[in-house]
Design a protein around this ligand. Structure first.
Ligand SMILES: Nc1ncnc2c1ncn2[C@@H]1O[C@H](COP(=O)(O)OP(=O)(O)OP(=O)(O)O)[C@@H](O)[C@H]1O
Length: 242
């Protein structure tokens, strides 16, 4: 479960001016649900997701992730969250297998359980072919799959994905989306940001549309279509954020 209550973040921009990146955001994401965060460039999606995984501290408001407060209990939040962004790094000198194992150990997953989980992850994400290849020699898509395996190795109840398919070819995109669906079906709480409407239609149970840091709409796609009398999702998005 993710609960966001009046969450805000502002930065000091050029010339000391205040840049409000996220403005009094409110939403809830439930277990077994994929929640899409949509918005144009600069809408505040990444800033929101970074606050939820404790990389950034909110300026105002609160958020709890898996029942833990992001400001008061950041260690617990990190233990219960898998985070993935398009530029999550992988270590050049570790093989794919070593990297996932390393993160599993950091999360103190018991050795037998870790091995079993890694075998499953390498199968479902189709990572067997590059299991023993070092990070520095992997393609963008392989690195992205590896980052997903890393985010999932401790089987966290909450997954936060910032544009998980950015820069991937259609085959890897599909594998990533299929995996997100499987995670949802296993009861995970999933939030992800994207610009791609097709992904939203295929995957999201509910969406929040952001513009200039604010929430401009939130609901299931059918609810939004009904509310704004617009069936074409791209058109609807355009109307909401312009
Ligand atoms: N560290 C920072 N210092 C100053 N301003 C920032 C900082 N990080 C983000 N911003 C500003 O906050 C706003 C929201 O940025 P954010 O990266 O959250 O948007 P986004 O919705 O993820 O955009 P994109 O789709 O382009 O990734 C933008 O105006 C951005 O310039």
């Amino acid at each position: 479960m993710i609960e966001v209550r009046d969450l805000s973040k502002w930065f000091t921009g050029p010339g000391g001016l205040r840049v409000t990146a996220v403005d009094a955001l409110r939403f809830t994401v439930r277990p077994g649900e994929v929640f899409g965060l949509l918005g144009p460039n600069g809408a505040g999606k990444t800033t929101t997701l970074r606050m939820l995984c404790t990389v950034l501290t909110p300026t105002d408001g609160t958020a709890t992730v898996a029942g833990y407060d992001v400001v008061k209990e950041p260690g617990e939040v990190r233990r219960h969250v898998g985070f993935l962004s398009a530029n999550t790094g992988v270590y050049d000198r570790m093989t794919a297998w070593e990297l996932v194992e390393y993160y599993g150990r950091l999360h103190q997953v018991p050795p037998d359980e870790l091995r079993q989980r890694m075998e499953e992850l390498f199968d479902t994400l189709q990572m067997r072919t590059f299991r023993d290849v070092r990070g520095g020699k992997l393609s963008t898509g392989m690195k992205q799959k590896l980052s997903i395996a890393r985010a999932m190795v401790n089987d966290p109840p909450v997954l936060i994905f910032d544009e998980p398919t950015a820069g991937l070819d259609v085959l890897v995109q599909r594998a990533v989306l299929d995996n997100i669906k499987k995670l949802r079906d296993r009861g995970k709480t999933i939030i992800f940001s994207t610009h791609i409407m097709r992904e939203v239609e295929r995957l999201c149970d509910r969406v929040a549309v952001m513009a200039k840091g604010r929430l401009v709409a939130c609901g299931t796609l059918d609810e939004l279509r009904e509310m704004y009398k617009q069936n074409d999702l791209e058109e609807l998005f355009f109307e909401l954020v312009r």
